[in-house]
Design a protein around this ligand. Structure first.
Ligand code: SF4
Ligand code: SF4
Length: 442
């Protein structure tokens, strides 16, 4: 499908392939009904066990069953169900890659949606603690850091062992650094209040910078702009952007997700109407726009329109390549590249184009590591999960140690930082956009 053909599907009335949750309905938030559904699905999972290696939610469930007096789900205390819920970071991989019982199967298992419902019920009942609300508000923290001197204060606080202890943030976790000069400030010339007045099917791309890309790693957006402009693809930034809401989703704060939707979706849809596509450099945010928002708002034509125009940057570049428009005059080879495919990319079937594009660079051999890094949103930052998170990511780190590549990096920049910290040898993860820019020499 060409980029322009993809646009043809914008605004289609095709329903998401899953049953959308009735998240505003009273049944969805009824704790008794939730517990009965958890029992039903956990029992099916206990009998199936295909997802044992995907994340720590399933091993937690299976250990609880196996260590119970009856060795059946009935022997597990219901309050322990919440331990399972806490280990789910809504990556969607169990549903997308493993489960044979998803609808229309009559067993009707949608594990990620059930975890979301549990999180929403708990959030409605007791809210969230300060640490979890802070971690779920990267846009608020990032905006605060743009005030003179505040970025240094926040970064110093993030490094302080006593503050970390108080907030239950692990002493070794790699917390994102704040920048006063955000991407949107650095690339002010790209910010536009209105899409260019064109009805061309493929006018260019509007970059949804993401909170991480705007506030924490603005160089990533610079690399994206350099690569796209080198390929004569116009890049713009929408006038306003809110956090996509994924970290709020992980908390179960669905009203906050709806508030973010009200800012982002109408203006992105307007860009799409003018022939622009949308590129999003973080797999988590792509997952939000492609999967979770359409599930939460199945009748919203604007959400569908945006979903159909969202591209991972390398997905977009691959379409460009298939149309014979990608420049392949590279100035520098990259040697051996180890590329980590994040869980949230794997769950959506994206990320493999990154390997294909980097492989176009002469003298470059790309190997993919498709294992979880363990970083997963805010999961790997929390004191109670950091050690599990590091253990989960160990196969990625071991592979890099064994292969000793010329470059390594992850489709997810946050995962890249966790991997380099685990390596602890001074080497730096390089995002594939950074590597492609290097290969182009621009
Ligand atoms: S959605 Fe992801 S984190 Fe949650 S249970 Fe499934 S595989 Fe595990
Ligand atoms: S989510 Fe599906 S595939 Fe995974 S353990 Fe449960 S029933 Fe099996």
């Amino acid at each position: 499908m060409t980029t322009s053909e993809k646009n043809i599907h914008q605004g289609s009335h095709e329903a998401p392939p899953r049953h959308p949750p009735d998240w505003k309905g009273s049944d969805f938030r009824d704790e008794g009904m939730l517990i009965r559904e958890l029992e039903r699905v956990f029992d099916i999972c206990h009998g199936c066990r295909r997802c044992l290696n995907l994340c720590n939610a399933f091993p937690t469930l299976f250990d609880l069953v196996d260590e119970s007096a009856t060795m059946e789900l009935g022997g597990v205390a219901r309050q322990d169900y919440w331990n399972i819920v806490d280990h789910c970071y809504l990556c969607d991989r169990c549903d997308a890659t493993k489960c044979p019982y998803i609808p229309p199967h009559k067993r009707n298992v949608d594990f990620p949606q059930l975890m979301l419902r549990a999180k929403a019920v708990r959030f409605r009942k007791r809210g969230a603690g300060f640490r979890d609300r802070l971690l779920a508000s990267p846009d608020k923290v990032g905006r605060l850091a743009t005030i003179p001197v505040v970025a240094q204060v926040i970064n110093a606080a993030a490094d302080s062992p006593s503050i970390r202890r108080k907030l239950h943030l692990h002493p070794d976790a790699v917390l994102p650094r704040c920048h006063r000069t955000t991407l949107r400030k650095r690339r002010r010339e790209l910010v536009s209040s209105a899409p260019a007045a064109t009805t061309a099917a493929d006018a260019g791309v509007v970059l949804f910078a993401t909170c991480y890309g705007n506030f924490n790693e603005p160089e990533l957006g610079d690399d994206l702009v350099a690569v796209f402009e080198h390929n004569s693809i116009p890049v713009a930034l929408a006038e306003e952007e809110r956090c996509c809401g994924f970290l709020r989703l992980e908390l179960g704060d669905l009203d906050a997700v709806e508030q973010a939707r009200e800012v982002n979706i109408p203006q992105l849809a307007e860009w799409v109407d003018r022939g622009w596509n949308i590129v999003v450099p973080l797999p988590t945010c792509v997952l939000m726009f492609r999967q979770w928002l359409p599930l939460m708002f199945p009748d919203d034509a604007l959400v569908r329109k945006v979903r159909n125009a969202i591209f991972d940057p390398f997905e977009y570049l691959m379409q460009h390549h298939k149309e014979g428009r990608l420049k392949t005059g590279f100035k520098r080879s990259l040697g051996v590249v180890l590329y980590h495919l994040s869980c949230r990319s794997g769950g959506q079937g994206t990320g493999i184009e990154t390997c294909e594009i980097l492989s176009l660079v002469p003298g470059t051999h790309v190997e993919v590591i498709a294992c979880c890094s363990g970083r997963d949103g805010s999961y790997g930052l929390k004191s109670e999960y950091h050690d599990i998170s590091m253990k989960t990511g160990q196969p990625v780190v071991n592979t890099i140690r064994q292969v000793m590549p010329d470059h390594f990096g992850s489709h997810c920049p946050k995962a890249g930082r966790q991997i380099e910290s685990s390596l602890a040898n001074g080497s730096k993860a390089e995002h594939p956009l950074t590597l492609l820019r290097k290969a182009y020499g621009v």
